[in-house]
Design a protein. Structure first.
Lengths: 288, 199, 302
């Protein structure tokens, strides 16, 4: 591939960030290209910190970041990155009195969308994308969690950003809403660089052509979901009884026990590994 | 386009809009925006200006529905707002000529008097008289009579001075009277003379 | 294109006449010429069914798009007539929209400020009214000065609170969005802070008129309020927002309380006090200007 990622994507080298004794990011290296990349990792892995650094909201202690060839440490280039950015932070808050349309208009102004009519067009466009067309005059505080999350996604889409950073976008969404979200993301025009973090391995499997697993502030895996699943091959098996030698065991949908471990018993019933299995395998290996 | 499924009549919808009923505004839009767009497009060749005007018209209806006294036709009320918003938009844009050129400047498109006779279709005296007017005179008359604009507003719409509008209307009326009088003289005694009401 | 007229034309057209479908189609797509179009149009004014027929010929997709934009325009608050008036004076509309996200410009906040001032002022007026010659029995009374202390303390602090609420990240639930956006953080901060300053100063100055004290009191609270707020903004360029606000507030509270204990409250707003406030204000403004990059809300603690 001859595409120069430096100018067309996001490049992260040696990123470190600590809070007191905690190393949120520990010498992290990452390449992000156009298309959807899923960020998988447990709480405290540093996903949110990484995303806030990419969103120019957080300053790293050391390391280089390059977003479309621009350096966020440079003031002027930082503003230019922000012009191309859509950010959904974790647990986004809203002013209590805002209506849906008022909030989106506010964010549109912050995104330098000039002109009342132009902003109304953008607000109408993103509301249609998340299926909330008639919600304009509803107060946000009266909305359920699922609709608030859809609103949060909508604000990130204002201005058709080239870099979309979505921190736990599917949190609080029910199954149908997650499906619609996946569809929305897959059909965004302009082929932006999309990074989304999630706990749900099936979100990754369903929409992300690339997945990055983060543990303890570092990247432990970067590749396709299929490759992640494959990395657990030979280490996943099912049985009728629980096997104590496995690292992890749980009841699966067929009321049998599914195990992940380094040394499956000799007569084990191998199971086809899923993305989740690969991820769990990685996180267990860290502890071992 | 959303089909018009609201049962209420226009006045009831307008009253509902005055109370802040957004669905009523949407219903009014579904009922009226189509013909309004078409009618405005016949006066302005810029589709983006027409779109903005349609949006602004219903926005104005939303804001000022309380001021509507219930006198007169809602469609005429909407048209009155619409055409004035269009004029505002044209004025803001600054350039003079936004009008669709009259088709009759292209001879092929004119429905000629011969065609009408050949097809054996009867048409009224006024139509004939209007057809004999030049396009500029007809445009001036249309803007002031049909659209109900003042001479100043008509001037902005047509891209001419107010005084020019006045003189063209005057000449148009004179020409019409003359044409109707001619027709009446040529008519058989049984035909009725059409009255031409000047506004 | 042909047009059929059945008898009378003009404004007294009979209700029985309707243009044919071809006529309407020709009108809608612009093919109809002046006379035919005029005839259709004057009919449209009176006939709802022909209007519907014409509407059906319009571009459905464009109509749907305009509908969505209209509903968005309706939903986005425009502040009403007062705001449109202000816009005509040249203030950009989008700046006014930004102010709606400021807590200390909300009615509830301002009512609270008025409430506090009412209590303080009311108490002073009451004391003056009940004991016009001296203080309550048993209390040492110095005419004019002591009852002003609460007001002198509270007035500038209320203004500081308003400005603090305007720029402190903790008071903006969507602060991270503001940081991650290209809009100048400095402009946002200044627009909000100055608006909050003015909005809080008005009731304070009005209360000063009502207060039983020297007639120059309303003018006297201006500089201290400005100085305290400017100090907070200057401090924010160095320390965190909370520390800055607390420090600025303390730097006002300490002298006022101390002077009140020494029975000379008014000194804080008299000659030397005013001069000091002026110096602090100018110095703080200079610091803000020089270190304005720090106010760009560049980075936050996650």
């Amino acid at each position: 591939m001859t595409v120069d990622v430096r100018n067309d994507g996001v490049l992260v080298e040696g990123l470190s960030r600590r809070y007191g004794q905690i190393r949120a990011l520990d010498g992290l290296n990452l390449n992000l290209e156009r298309g959807i990349t899923g960020l998988l990792g447990p709480n405290g892995a540093g996903k949110s910190t990484l995303m806030s650094v990419l969103a120019t909201v957080n300053e790293p202690d050391t390391g280089q970041v390059s977003v479309f060839g621009l350096n966020p440490r440079n003031g002027g280039e930082r503003v230019e990155i922000r012009r191309r950015l859509g950010y959904l932070p974790q647990e986004l808050g809203y002013h209590r009195h805002f209506t849906v349309a008022a909030f989106l208009d506010y964010v549109a102004i912050l995104k330098e969308i000039v002109g009342r009519r132009r902003r109304a067009e953008e607000v109408a466009r993103v509301l249609a994308l998340v299926g909330m067309e008639r919600f304009g005059r509803r107060r946000i505080r009266g909305l359920s969690g699922g609709f608030r999350q859809r609103l949060a996604i909508a604000q990130a889409l204002l201005g058709s950003p080239e870099l979309l950073i979505l921190d736990e976008p599917t949190a609080g969404l029910d199954t149908e809403q997650r499906l619609r979200f996946r569809e929305l993301l897959s059909n965004l025009p302009g082929d932006p660089v999309i990074v989304l973090s999630t706990h749900q391995a099936d979100d990754i499997a369903a929409i992300c052509p690339r997945v990055v697993v983060m543990l303890d502030g570092q990247v432990r895996f970067a590749g396709t979901p299929a490759a992640l699943a494959e990395s657990a091959a030979g280490h996943v098996w099912t049985a009728d009884q629980r096997n104590e030698s496995a690292h992890l065991s749980w009841r699966d949908g067929d009321a049998r026990w599914r195990h992940i471990g380094d040394h499956p018993p000799a007569d084990h019933e191998a199971a086809k590994p899923t993305v989740e299995d690969g991820y769990l395998m990685l996180s267990q290996t860290k502890e071992a | 386009m959303t089909p018009d499924t609201d049962e209420r009549d226009d006045s009831a919808l307008l009253r509902a809009v005055a109370r802040g009923d957004e669905d009523a505004l949407a219903a009014l839009y579904d009922r009226h925006a189509g013909w309004l767009s078409v009618r405005l497009s016949r006066r302005c060749a810029r589709p983006d200006l027409v779109d903005h005007t349609v949006q602004d018209t219903f926005l104005a209806v939303w804001r000022d529905a309380g001021a509507y006294r219930g006198d007169g036709d809602v469609a005429a009320y909407i048209w009155g707002i619409g055409v004035r918003r269009l004029i505002d938009a044209i004025r803001r844009e600054g350039s003079a000529k936004h009008r669709l050129p009259w088709r009759s400047t292209e001879p092929e498109d004119v429905v000629s008097a011969e065609d009408q006779v050949l097809l054996g279709i009867e048409h009224g005296h006024l139509g004939q008289a209007l057809a004999q007017l030049s396009p500029e005179l007809r445009a001036a008359l249309e803007a002031t009579v049909l659209d109900g604009l003042t001479c100043a507003e008509a001037g902005t719409l047509l891209g001419i001075a107010e005084g020019t509008v006045k003189s063209r209307c005057h000449r148009a009326r004179q020409a019409l009277r003359a044409a109707l009088a001619d027709q009446a003289r040529l008519e058989t005694p049984r035909s009725r003379r059409q009255g031409w009401e000047t506004s | 294109m042909t047009l059929s007229f059945s008898g009378a034309t003009g404004p007294t057209a009979g209700a029985s006449w309707h243009p044919s479908d071809d006529d309407l189609a020709g009108y809608a797509n612009g093919a109809a010429d002046g006379v035919a179009a005029w005839s259709v149009e004057s009919h449209l004014g009176a006939c709802a069914s022909c209007r519907s027929a014409v509407s059906a010929q319009a571009d459905g997709e464009q109509l749907a798009r305009n509908r969505a934009v209209l509903l968005a325009l309706v939903a986005i608050p425009d502040g009403g007539r007062l705001r449109r008036l202000v816009c005509r004076c040249g203030i950009p509309d989008h700046l006014l929209s930004l102010l709606t996200a400021t807590s200390s410009l909300r009615r509830s906040w301002l009512l609270a400020v008025v409430g506090v001032l009412a209590v303080v002022t009311g108490e002073a007026v009451l004391v003056q009214h009940l004991w016009p010659g001296g203080g309550p029995p048993g209390m040492t009374w110095h005419p004019g000065a002591a009852e002003l202390a609460p007001f002198l303390l509270v007035g500038p602090l209320l203004v500081l609170a308003g400005v603090a609420a305007a720029f402190m990240p903790a008071m903006d639930p969507s602060y991270r969005l503001a940081v991650a956006a290209p809009f100048s953080g400095l402009t946002l901060l200044l627009v909000r802070s100055v608006s909050a300053l003015v909005a809080a100063l008005l009731p304070v100055v009005c209360a000063a008129f009502v207060m039983p004290g020297p007639s120059w009191l309303p003018a006297a609270v201006l500089l201290p309020s400005l100085a305290v707020c400017a100090l907070a903004l200057a401090a924010v360029t160095t320390v965190g927002p909370v520390a800055a606000v607390v420090a600025a507030g303390a730097l006002w509270v300490v002298p006022v309380v101390w002077l009140a204990a020494a029975r000379s409250s008014l000194e804080v707003v008299q000659g030397h006090g005013q001069a000091l406030c002026a110096v602090v204000f100018v110095a703080a403004v200079l610091v803000v200007f020089v270190r304005r990059d720090r106010l760009e809300m560049g980075w936050v603690q996650q």
